[in-house]
Design a protein around this ligand. Structure first.
Ligand code: NAP
Length: 293
């Protein structure tokens, strides 16, 4: 059924994402679909804010009375420093991906980890508690996932990363169950997460895409999550499925982290199905336009 057009009035609330670049962000698609689905009088825009502009954007949020702000690269750390308060997860990660209002205070939150856990539950029926896990990659996403796995009761969180210091930091965020691992830990894990960009975007040339994990270590009974959502089927997910493991891509995490922002801003339960459907449509439209998978 066609959605009614958004009618913008003096009452309409504005939310948006700041990033550089921001024009290709999927957040306007996801959040506007959510607002429409519940009939919320909100609109959501993308703002291209160059590096160094985060504090100004937070000040603008305050001055203009914006209802909510999403934050993406390269501003997550600078917004962490610019807000009035931080949730415990944002403070631990030193990174904010969502700003909401508490009275006249601006609060920085980070919904990536909880979005990951929710997506795993919704898309694969998997609970983290009691699982032996491996996280490959220790950047912003790897840190958020490692921390969430520790909080949710994983019994082992082995972080494997090209740069040792980053692996140590991410493993520390997982608490006592966190440790620096090696590729060999993948064979013993029940849940394996790729948090590197290896496998992102269209394949180029005739060379096989580099894989973040040796697929020979994967097999039945394992769940492999690739945080990448474009393409929907990464070379890692294809290899995992070929060896009998279950595969989950990053689309669910993208939607569920936005769902938590939506809830923070509006107080309403996010319409997940409408958000997923809009995101899939937009990814399909982009694939049609640029010819990539
Ligand atoms: P990031 O902060 O730049 O971290 C990238 C990580 O990947 C680092 O640990 C880096 O290792 C590693 N890496 C990069 N290139 C590599 C290579 N050629 N070989 C081995 N390791 C490599 O990026 P991020 O924000 O964490 O994002 C990581 C991935 O997650 C991206 O694909 C992103 O699209 C995806 N993501 C998805 C969602 C979602 O909602 N689905 C959310 C956030 C991110 P070093 O430490 O050695 O540099």
């Amino acid at each position: 059924m066609a959605e009614p057009p958004t009618v913008i009035s003096g009452e309409t609330r504005l939310a948006g994402v700041i990033g550089w670049p921001a024009r290709h962000s999927l957040s306007p698609t996801i959040l506007n679909a959510a607002f429409r689905a519940v009939g919320a009088d909100w609109v959501y825009l993308a703002f291209e804010v160059p590096d160094g502009g985060a504090a100004g954007a937070v000040a603008a949020m305050r001055t203009l009375g914006l209802g909510g702000l999403s934050v993406t690269m390269p501003h997550k750390a600078a917004v962490h420093d610019a807000v009035d308060e931080r949730t415990p997860v944002a403070a631990d990660l030193g990174a904010v991906n969502c700003v909401f209002r508490r009275g006249d205070r601006l609060v920085g939150d980070n919904t990536d980890g909880v979005g990951f856990v929710d997506a795993l539950r919704a898309d694969a029926g998997v609970e983290v508690a009691g699982k032996r896990t491996v996280v490959v990659g220790a950047g912003g996403a790897g840190r958020a996932v490692a921390r969430a796995l520790g909080i949710e009761g994983a019994v082992d969180v082995a972080v494997v990363n090209r740069t040792l210091a980053a692996a140590e930091r991410a493993a520390g965020l997982a608490g006592p169950v966190g440790r620096v691992g090696t590729g060999a830990d993948v064979a013993e894990a029940e849940l394996v997460v790729n948090a590197t960009p290896l496998g992102m975007g269209p394949a180029s040339g005739s060379d096989p895409a580099p894989l973040p994990i040796d697929p020979a270590l994967l097999g039945p009974g394992q769940v492999v999550v690739d945080l990448i959502y474009h393409p929907a089927e990464t070379p890692l997910l294809a290899a995992a499925r070929a060896r009998g493991a279950a595969g989950v891509n990053g689309l669910g995490m993208l939607v569920h982290q936005a769902a938590h922002a939506f809830h923070r801003w509006t107080g309403e339960t996010a319409p997940i199905d409408a958000m997923v459907a809009a995101t899939r449509r937009e990814l399909a439209r982009r694939a049609h336009v640029d010819g990539s998978p």
